[in-house]
Write a protein that binds this ligand. Structure first.
Ligand code: COA
Length: 337
């Protein structure tokens, strides 16, 4: 049975930077409060020329370039997002309209756990032999749904996209194990109330105001601390590995204190945990692939390294996986029929 090696990766974030000092001028908060409670110093925010499509496309092009392939070589596009640009057309089709090709294309919805979930889905297709090469993208522009008068949420989120190309490999590479889970009963701890009411019964009752994300921060914090470490441990165990064989943890970048709790549970030294929440805040589905791509570009991921990906988010949902790093794909340059 083939495996699905990660052979390319790319990142795209908006140019516009929103710092803690900017937020101090918008709501009653302080740089000291935000840094001590979350670790966040700044985040990137979509501007007039950015969209979920533009960020996802940019990241996808970089990933394909790194993998040495074009859109014609891609058999499958899976986009993880909670903030697509169209209600009807999948975000993956909108990306395909930009990059070209005729790959199968659909979206996965698991909020901040979306990228790891989408990677698990795409990996199944490659491991099963149905497709040779897939583009997996995590992208969100959640700041479009943030109430910038709500200090409890507006300091946390940023926008961005991260993408990887996976392709079949005869070596044990890519996602070797997956641990997915959900607790739908907790969905109201982090959701966008009023979204359902946005669906019009008739054209004239469509409301003007955009709904905003609402969060019970303490409950989400409690949930996150519990599931991050547990899910990561299970994915390590399922891959037949022990804690001392883990080379790098790439966690969802929601809050530095949540990451520290997972780090402690996995007994990892600081240098084995990739953290960029200080620069990007919580970019939802983009968070894990951005961190993974940064770690790869920094040269800290070596051939054969065991890398744990773990994320949690709205749903409430979580996803973890053990990736064996190594960029040797063996796919032919043409798609499977
Ligand atoms: C949001 C979060 C940072 C709040 O930190 P906390 O230590 O739990 O803080 P609390 O919610 O207990 O609030 C403490 C106080 O700070 C206040 N506060 C909240 N946001 C604030 C801000 N931006 N600046 C200053 N004060 C703030 C609260 O109003 C509260 O005041 P009160 O005690 O007078 O009521 C934290 O709960 C968290 O990170 N939760 C997880 C969120 C998350 O990851 N969401 C995304 C999941 S994908």
């Amino acid at each position: 049975m083939p495996n699905a090696a990660i052979t390319g990766w790319g990142v795209a974030v908006p140019d516009r930077v929103l710092t803690n000092q900017d937020l101090e001028r918008m709501v009653e908060t302080s740089d000291e409060w935000i840094v001590s409670r979350t670790g966040i110093r700044e985040r990137r925010i979509v501007g007039a020329n950015d969209s979920t499509t533009s960020l996802a496309t940019d990241a996808a092009r970089k990933a394909m370039e790194k993998a040495g392939c074009t859109a014609d070589d891609v058999d499958l596009i899976v986009v993880a997002t909670a903030t697509p640009d169209d209600f009807l057309v999948s975000q993956s089709c909108l990306v395909q309209a930009e990059i070209g090709g005729s790959a199968a294309a659909f979206d996965v919805g698991a909020a901040c756990a979306g990228f790891v979930t989408a990677l698990a889905v795409a990996t199944q297709f490659v491991n099963g032999g149905m497709y040779n090469r897939a583009l997996v993208i995590g992208v969100d522009t959640l700041t479009r749904y943030i109430d910038y008068t709500d200090r409890g949420t507006c300091v946390l989120f940023g926008d961005g996209a991260g993408a990887v190309v996976i392709e079949s490999s005869s070596e044990p590479r890519g996602l070797l194990s997956t641990e997915l889970g959900a607790d739908g009963a907790g969905h109201k701890h982090l959701y966008v109330p009023g979204w359902a009411q946005m669906v019009p019964e008739s054209a004239d009752i469509f409301p003007d105001s955009r709904p905003h994300l609402q969060m019970n921060g303490r409950e989400v914090f409690r949930f996150a601390v519990q599931v991050m470490g547990d899910a990561a441990l299970k994915s390590i165990e399922k891959a037949g590995l022990t804690l001392d064989q883990v080379d790098m943890l790439i966690p969802h970048q929601a809050n530095a204190r949540i990451i520290s709790a997972a780090q402690r549970q996995l007994q990892l030294p600081e240098e084995k945990v990739w953290i960029n929440v200080d620069r990007f805040g919580n970019t939802s589905a983009a968070s894990v692939p951005i961190a993974l791509a940064e770690a790869a570009d920094a040269g800290v991921l070596k051939e054969g390294d065991n890398v744990v990906l773990v994320a949690f988010g709205a749903g409430l949902a979580w996803a973890a996986g053990l990736v064996r790093w190594g960029t040797d794909g063996t796919s032919p340059a043409t798609p499977a029929s």
